[in-house]
Ligand binder design. Structure first.
Ligand code: COI
Length: 354
């Protein structure tokens, strides 16, 4: 059945106020957003409306119990000026996996895609084209019942808004191996892109920042002996520029779309991929001995975040000069090239909205 989206356009675009040459991540929002509400057991009233504050009751369980999930996606422009999406179906699947874990309703693929493509087509002029930039898309769903008890809500809203962005990290980051706090353990919701998984990273990250680090590396909840992911990205450790270590999807880490894309591209380049449990001690040993020739985080917002050094038990293990990294430079160029239609898309990842 065709989906009919009501479109209420803004009276006054704000695009002239956006300095596309100097964009700070997450601070500028485009003119419109997509919204659809779940009521009486079904998604209703899909609409595009001007980006702005939303009305909500103070009691909604998204605010009290964290029944809220989100996704991160990006739109790009190719040299012909078409709007491109990168692997949008993977985000829909992951959003619905998160929804299931959090006791929330799934969103039909057709509704998600129709809302997303209508919004991005309308906001096409907001897609920046400077190297490294993109239109960041933030789909999210939250519980909206006006009720204070702990039970799944009957009502939800799903919204997508857009921000023109540059890469999340403007320079290589120094990370600290977290040994006190835990992000997820077996049976928890580590694989879900649930709001609370990020809320609990704030304090440990603040503490790491006070010590001079940019981010933390989460370790497993039981022993703190295995690396999982960083506060904002999945992790890749490159050994002798020919072998890749990346933590396996054990239910406690996010199934990153950029992570999966990197694995496929690195495999295509001929690198040996070891997707498995990775101990902190082998990471530190490889950094110490010089075997670790490269190390980076991957994510939609960060794309490829080079890791300059790893802090562990009071010692900083600095990694090779970030300018001369063979693998991270190549993977960034290839990935961003595919996303922007400047590199051959062998895996059919790009959806052209033309
Ligand atoms: C993304 O990479 O899209 C994310 O959601 C990470 C977020 C912390 C910015």
């Amino acid at each position: 059945m065709a989906i009919s989206i009501k479109i209420n356009k803004t009276q006054q675009s704000r695009i002239d106020q956006c300095d596309f040459e100097n964009i700070e991540f997450g601070k500028i929002f485009s003119d419109h957003m997509f919204k659809v509400d779940f009521m009486d057991g079904k998604w209703q009233n899909p609409q595009i409306l001007p980006y702005g504050p939303i009305l909500m009751a103070p009691s909604i369980s998204a605010l009290h119990y964290g029944q809220a999930i989100f996704e991160g996606m990006k739109a790009f422009k190719n040299p012909q000026g078409d709007a491109l999406l990168f692997r949008p179906m993977d985000n829909i699947v992951r959003l619905n996996e998160s929804a299931l874990r959090m006791g929330m309703p799934e969103i039909p693929e057709e509704l998600f895609m129709e809302g997303l493509s209508t919004l991005v087509s309308l906001e096409k002029d907001w897609i920046p084209t400077k190297e490294g930039s993109a239109l960041y898309l933030r789909p999210f769903m939250f519980a909206t019942d006006d009720f204070v008890g702990v039970r799944p809500s009957n009502n939800y809203s799903f919204i997508i808004f857009c921000c023109p962005v540059n890469s999340y990290y403007p320079k290589p980051i120094k990370v600290l191996v977290e040994e006190k706090f835990v992000r997820a353990s077996d049976g928890m919701a580590g694989f879900a892109k649930a709001a609370g998984n990020y809320g609990i990273s704030m304090l440990p990250t603040m503490e790491a920042k006070k010590k001079g680090y940019d981010q933390i590396i989460w370790t497993d909840g039981r022993t703190h002996e295995h690396v999982e992911e960083s506060g904002t990205t999945n992790l890749f450790f490159i050994i002798n520029d020919d072998t890749v270590w990346t933590p396996s999807l054990d239910g406690n880490i996010l199934r990153g779309v950029t992570r999966d894309s990197c694995i496929k591209l690195l495999k295509q380049r001929g690198l040996k991929i070891e997707e498995r449990r990775i101990s902190v001690s082998e990471v530190i040993e490889a950094a110490k001995s010089g075997a670790m020739t490269d190390c980076f985080g991957t994510g939609t917002a960060a794309i490829i975040a080079k890791i300059a050094g790893i802090g562990y038990k009071g010692v900083d293990y600095m990694l090779p000069d970030s300018e001369n990294r063979v693998i991270s430079n190549w993977i960034y160029k290839t990935m961003y090239g595919i996303q922007t239609g400047n590199h051959q898309d062998d895996f059919n990842w790009v959806v052209n909205l033309k």
